[in-house]
Design a protein around this ligand. Structure first.
Ligand code: NAP
Length: 397
C-alpha cells in the first residue's frame, strides 16, 4: 500500500510500497545487499506485521537501453506518487542532451534539502585523532545559489548584456568575463532553516550552526544568515542564540549560532564536538559535506537524503564506480545507511537501530569490504558476504 499524507504528516501502512532504482555500475551489487539487510531487520523487529514491498523503477543505463531515456516519465510519476524512495548511483550519460536525473527529480518533487548525517562508527578509518567526536547533520539548500546553474559563457551575447546592465549600476566587470548568478531567497532560506530546527528539536540535538560567507557576499550569504535567525525566532523559547547565551550553558534548548564558511572548515577538524546541525546554502554544503565525510571513513560510507515536505529520495553519496561493477566487491554502507535514514523518516526506528548496531559490531569484528579492508590491513569480504555478516550480527543482537 502507498504512503499517504494528512495534517499530521505521513501515514505509513504496515505493508508499505517503496520504489527503488537499482542504479548503474556497482548499483546492482549494493542495492541487493542493502535490500537484504533492510528486509531482515524489519523481519527481526516486526515479524510479519510490517514489510517493505519494493517496487523497481527504471532509470540510468537500464532505462536508456529500454526506453532511450535515463529517466522515463513513469519513473518520475511513481517516485512522486509513492513519495519516499531509494536510489542507487547513476552514471551520468556522456553527451546526447539527456536531462539530469537528480535535477529533474529535485525540481518535480521540490526536494529542497540535501540532508547528510556524518557520524563516526568505531572501526572506520579516519585521519582524525578523535573521530568519535564527529556527529553532525548537514542541511544543504538544494534549489538556489550557484546550483541553479544560471551561467553565461565568456563573450556570449547574454554575458555581454549582463555586463552592460551591471555597468549601468555603477560596477565594472572586465569584458569577456564569464558570468554566474547566485540567487538566495528568504522563502528558500526560511523553509530549510525550519526543516533543520525541526530536526534538531525532534532528535534532541544541541545546536544549529549557520555556515555562510556573509562578510563578503552580504545580500546572498549574509541574507541567508539573517533569514535563518529570523526563522529561528518563530520557535520562541525552544531556541536561544549563542549571543544571548553570552557564554552561559543551557539545557533543553537548541542553540542557534553562525560561523563564516572558511572558519567552519577548521572548526570541524579542531573542535568537531562543538558542532551538531550545520545549515548552509548550496555551495558551502557541497564542500563541507565531503570534507566531513572524509573524517568518518569517506564517501563509501556516507549516507544522504534529498527531502521536501513529505517527499524524499534517499541515495548513496558516491557514484556508480564502474570499475567495480558486478564484481561483488563494492561497499554497500553508504546506500545501507541511506536506507536507515529512510526507515527513520517513516518512523520505523526499531529496524533502523538493529541495522546500525549490527553495522557497528560488524566493523568491530573487522569484517569489511575492500575499500575499508585496505585501510585497516585486514582480509576483505565481498559485498554479499558483508551484507550476510551484518545480518548474522543482527540475528545474534
Ligand atoms: P564514484 O563512482 O563515486 O567512484 C570514485 C571512486 O570512489 C571509486 O573508483 C572508488 O575508489 C571509490 N568508491 C566510490 N564508491 C565506492 C563504493 N561503494 N565501494 C568502494 N569504493 C567506492 O565517482 P566517479 O568515478 O567520479 O563517477 C562515476 C559515475 O558516477 C559518473 O558517471 C558520475 O557522474 C556518477 N555519479 C553519480 C552520482 C549519483 O548518482 N548520485 C554521484 C556521483 C557520481 P578507488 O578507485 O580508490 O577504489
Amino acid at each position: 500500500m502507498k504512503i499517504t499524507v494528512d495534517n499530521n504528516g505521513l501515514n505509513v501502512p504496515n505493508i508499505v510500497d517503496i520504489p527503488y532504482v537499482v542504479g548503474d555500475g556497482i548499483g546492482p551489487d549494493i542495492t541487493r545487499a542493502t535490500k537484504k539487510v533492510v528486509d531482515e531487520a524489519i523481519k527481526i523487529a516486526y515479524g510479519s506485521k510490517r514489510k517493505i514491498n519494493w517496487i523497481e523503477l527504471m532509470a540510468g543505463e537500464k532505462a536508456i537501453s529500454k526506453y532511450n531515456t535515463p529517466l522515463p516519465d513513469d519513473t518520475v510519476k511513481k517516485m512522486t506518487e509513492y513519495r519516499i524512495s531509494l536510489k542507487g548511483p547513476l552514471t551520468t550519460p556522456v553527451g546526447g542532451g539527456f536531462r539530469s536525473i537528480n535535477v529533474t527529480l529535485r525540481q518535480i518533487m521540490d526536494l529542497y534539502a540535501n540532508v547528510r548525517p556524518v557520524k563516526y562508527y568505531p572501526g572506520l578509518p579516519s585521519p582524525l585523532k578523535n573521530p568519535e567526536k564527529v556527529d553532525m547533520v548537514v542541511f544543504r539548500e538544494n534549489t538556489e545559489d550557484v546550483y541553479m546553474g544560471i551561467e553565461f559563457p565568456s563573450n556570449s551575447k547574454e554575458a555581454e548584456q549582463v555586463i552592460e546592465l551591471i555597468s549601468k549600476l555603477g560596477y565594472n566587470i572586465r569584458k569577456g568575463s564569464g558570468i554566474g548568478i547566485k540567487p538566495i531567497s528568504k522563502f528558500g532560506t526560511s523553509r530549510i532553516s525550519k526543516m533543520a530546527i525541526d530536526y534538531a528539536l525532534l532528535n534532541g540535538r544541541k545546536s544549529v550552526t549557520i555556515m555562510h560567507k556573509g562578510n563578503i557576499m552580504k545580500y546572498t550569504e549574509g541574507a541567508f544568515k539573517e533569514w535563518a535567525y529570523e526563522a529561528a525566532k518563530g520557535y520562541g523559547d525552544k531556541v536561544v542564540t549563542e549571543t544571548d547565551l553570552a557564554g552561559k550553558s543551557v539545557q533543553g534548548k537548541i542553540v542557534i549560532k553562525d560561523r563564516i564558511a572558511d572558519n567552519m572548515f577548521q572548526q570541524i577538524l579542531l573542535r568537531p564536538d562543538e558542532y551538531d546541525i550545520i545549515l548552509c546554502p548550496n555551495l558551502n554544503g557541497d564542500y563541507i559535506s565531503d570534507a566531513l565525510a572524509a573524517q568518518i571513513g569517506g564517501i563509501g560510507v556516507a549516507p544522504s537524503g534529498n527531502m521536501g515536505d513529505n517527499y524524499a529520495v534517499f541515495e548513496a553519496v558516491h557514484g556508480s564506480a564502474p570499475k567495480y561493477a558486478n564484481l561483488d566487491v563494492a561497499d554497500p554502507s553508504s546506500l545501507l545507511l541511506s536506507a536507515v535514514m529512510l526507515l527513520r523518516y517513516i518512523k520505523w526506528n526499531d529496524p533502523a537501530d538493529l541495522i546500525e548496531k549490527a553495522f557497528v559490531n560488524t566493523l568491530r569484528d573487522k569484517q569489511v569490504p575492500q575499500d575499508l579492508a585496505r585501510h585497516l590491513g585486514v582480509k576483505s569480504l565481498k559485498t554479499s558476504e558483508f551484507a550476510e555478516s551484518i545480518v548474522q550480527h543482527m540475528v545474534q543482537k
